[in-house]
Design a protein around this ligand. Structure first.
Ligand SMILES: N[C@@H](CCOP(=O)(O)O)C(=O)O
Length: 463
């Protein structure tokens, strides 16, 4: 399997080089040159497997340059860090299937890919006798999952930018209380979009990227998306076993378009997904795109689901590549237009194509809290606010024709304030969160400016 960039000036990379490159050196995002197509029989066999075996089979299709025994070992190690035998169990509540993705060390879906990517980086660096400085941006969950994926590892330093006071208190503590010497937290005076822009600008200076040996943990790194493809297959198998269904809907709370893009790859591989339901909070640029063809940026609004307080979703470029018939020239034009005008427009024909794969809707703050309340009253189960956005939109857009699987992207205890406001009680705090506020913290507050981050990296990077 070889990898190419959405912008067309990088191609023929193997999996290892694609993982190490992160953001493509031409400013685009890396994608496999072909997506393997699976038959119904292949899918039936795969979806009967235990999670680590399924992960090995799916990831092997894209990572042929890693010897099978090594890949298997990396995957098995990654999922041993989860507190549930099934890794991503599916529970049936109130007529929907909840795919619980929060059984990893930081209690969010990001662990599924970042435990794997942390181990993969360690493996590749050892093989190359090299070191790496990871630079990433987070709106709340990626940061701690990435930190837990590499804390204490040899030859890796990690630098994470989070928007100051725009993540939940627990999310902030999960990052800033990790005081291993290789972990650096930077709170930026700005939004997640500022952080993501800074990361991309720094990666765009190729001489600096190479001199500093920069690595990416955001979903700009293909390995992140790939590891997330697996749980769509897993959930389909579990729901099919329970219902004998032919197809399912997946409802995906969406910010940076990485998780839902993994579902899109699963669909392109042949997984029978009737539609992917994209669910946004009040930061609804992606919903406006799908429903009205209006992809125009607005101010970021703080919401009870802060991990989705994003305007410019980086993986959207990967989707555009397919929407534009795999034509890098059109992607380049669109990205230049977007940078210049802050908007993109789409033809009726393109929107009809979008509609064959996606449906979309959004939830206001009040609707999110009402959904947590109603679901709790009906089932006793507490949804986190991001999952609640997906449940609200999924239920609104489907009518029981085929099972609805809602991705539960985080544990509710990460968002205690929203849960308390919705149901008048605190979610039970898992042991890993207890006394987090009493631990030593380490974090620098800096301006949301590329120069300041570069300077910080220069002083603290591994050389
Ligand atoms: N919602 C994310 C934002 C970063 O997205 P990523 O998938 O590109 O890492 C977060 O929680 O940080």
């Amino acid at each position: 399997m070889q990898y190419m960039s959405t912008r067309g000036r990088i191609s023929g990379l193997d999996f290892k080089d694609a993982v190490m490159m992160g953001l493509a050196d031409d400013g685009g995002l890396l994608l496999p040159q072909q997506i393997p197509a699976l038959s119904r029989g292949d899918i039936a066999a795969l979806t009967r497997m235990a999670y680590p075996d399924l992960a090995f089979r799916i990831i092997s299709l894209f990572a042929g340059s890693i010897p099978a025994a090594d890949l298997k070992h990396l995957i098995d190690r990654s999922y041993q860090a989860f507190d549930h035998d099934e890794v991503t169990p599916v529970v049936h509540k109130d007529g929907i299937y909840v795919l619980e993705l929060f059984h990893g060390p930081t209690l969010a879906f990001k662990d599924v890919a970042l435990q794997f990517l942390g181990n993969m980086f360690e493996y590749l660096l050892k093989e190359r006798g090299a070191h790496m400085n990871i630079l990433g941006a987070t709106s709340g969950d990626t940061g701690s999952a990435a930190i837990y994926g590499v804390r204490g590892k040899q030859n890796i330093n990690i630098f994470i930018l989070h928007p100051h006071q725009r993540v939940s208190p627990i999310q902030e503590l999960q990052m800033t209380t990790v005081t291993d010497p290789n972990v650096f937290n930077l709170a930026i005076r700005g939004t997640f979009d500022d952080g993501q822009r800074i990361v991309k600008e720094i990666f765009g200076d190729l001489a600096f990227k190479s001199r500093m040996a920069l690595g990416a943990i955001n979903s700009i790194n293909w390995a992140r998306v790939l590891a997330q493809v697996v749980y769509y297959f897993y959930a389909f198998g579990r729901v099919q076993r329970a219902t004998s269904c032919e197809e399912v809907y997946f409802s995906v709370p969406t910010g940076n378009f990485g998780d839902i893009f993994a579902g899109y790859i699963a669909k392109r591989m042949g997984l029978p997904i009737r539609r992917l339901i994209l669910a946004t909070n009040e930061n609804d640029i992606l919903t406006r795109f799908i429903n009205q063809g209006d992809y125009s940026t607005a101010q970021v609004v703080p919401t009870p689901s802060p991990s989705m307080d994003i305007q410019l979703a980086s993986n959207f470029e990967r989707y555009l590549f397919y929407l534009y018939g795999q034509n890098p020239g059109r992607v380049n034009d669109a990205m230049s237009r977007l940078a210049a005008t802050g908007r993109l427009e789409f033809t009726a024909e393109e929107l009809a194509c979008v509609g064959r794969d996606f449906m979309a809707g959004s939830a206001t703050r009040q609707e999110t809290l009402d959904t947590i309340r109603a679901f709790h009253a009906a089932t006793g189960y507490i949804l986190d606010p991001h999952t609640a956005v997906g449940v609200k939109v999924g239920k609104e857009l489907t009518g029981g024709e085929v099972p609805l699987v809602c991705l539960a992207t985080a544990h509710p205890a990460k968002f205690g304030d929203a849960v308390r406001e919705a149901i008048g009680q605190d979610p039970v705090l898992p042991p890993v969160f207890r006394d987090l506020d009493k631990k030593e913290k380490r974090c620098e507050l800096i301006d949301a400016d590329t120069g300041s981050v570069r300077e910080y990296l220069q002083k603290n990077a591994l050389a």
